[in-house]
Design a protein. Sequence first.
Length: 176
Amino acid sequence: MKKLLFAFYALFIVAEQASAGTYLDSIFQNPTHPQVSVGATFSSQFKANGAATALAVVYHPADPKTSLIPDTIQALGVAPVSWAINLGGGGNSGSYFVPMGFTANLTPTVLGPGLKLLNDSGNPILKGIASVISSQNGGVAFGPQWTAYPIVDGVFVPFNKYRMAPGYFCGAAYRF
């Protein structure tokens, strides 16, 4: 319990520090336009827990100009990674949970070289596929999560009985 409270306290300290710098942004800088990813959470054995959202509380929008990835590698299609420290909510048939953790936009980096090949091809179908994957509606955010279960089978669980089960979140890419 003390570790959970310390984690929340540390998160807000980081968020306040993030608002002062350019490397990190936070929800506190523009609370009217939150960065949200919609997807699903999974247990550590990749069993689906249910649908969930992830709100980026502190995040790093990738910028090719300030990236540590060399320009020669970026020219091959490997883009810098945007990542977020997130907090969300979700549920399934009578149980509700609160996932928290870290996610990264994987599509630009992992699929970047493939997208470059698809875009460079003369085939309009392949270019169409690349535009769908790299559009505002395409992309994947993935990362480790720890999930608290405040309501299980319609019953509120006492706060001291929350378990922070490890797992994963997979959802739509953030658009920073």
